[in-house]
Design a protein. Structure first.
Length: 154
């Protein structure tokens, strides 16, 4: 009888635990990767602030020195893209996750026909899978004829 009571208690207790706490580390990293990809596409490709905002946590810290913190910084960047580079497209080539950090390796082209930039974006997410911090490194893609190797950037 004691075993049955304990089993019932354990079953009901597990229902009271939020789904977030039941996720494995691997599941959290997959969720984080998915959220970053959705956020990235909402900002860079769709230029949709309302959608992007659903992936942002209570705070948003921006480490790119030409970007502002917070949702207003994201909104300002989207408005900049809409006004200056409406045809901007960013193609995510790779996505990596380690805990609450996600890295995307991206080919970004501001105007069709340009070579564009190779970008590494690093995002930190909170425990709920919301984006709360961003760093990036941007490198222009050189003329392939002038490159010291034929490996490409992607």
């Amino acid at each position: 009888m004691r075993i049955i009571a304990f089993a019932l208690f354990a079953a009901f207790a597990s229902l009271a635990v939020p789904a977030q706490a039941q996720m494995t580390d691997a599941q959290k990293m997959e969720r984080n990767k998915k959220n970053v990809v959705e956020f990235y596409n909402a900002v860079l490709n769709e230029k949709n602030f309302d959608k992007a905002a659903t992936y942002v946590g209570a705070t948003y810290i921006q480490h790119n020195p030409i970007g502002a913190d917070g949702l207003e910084g994201i909104k300002g960047f989207i408005n900049f893209l809409k006004g200056k580079f409406p045809n901007n497209k960013s193609e995510i080539k790779r996505v990596f996750a380690d805990g609450n950090y996600v890295i995307v390796h991206v080919h970004a082209v501001r105007e069709p026909g340009q070579r564009g930039n190779a970008i590494f974006d690093l995002f930190r997410l909170d425990d709920n899978g919301k984006v709360v911090e961003h760093w990036d490194a941007v490198q222009p893609i050189p003329d392939p004829e002038k490159a010291m190797n034929k490996n490409g950037m992607f």
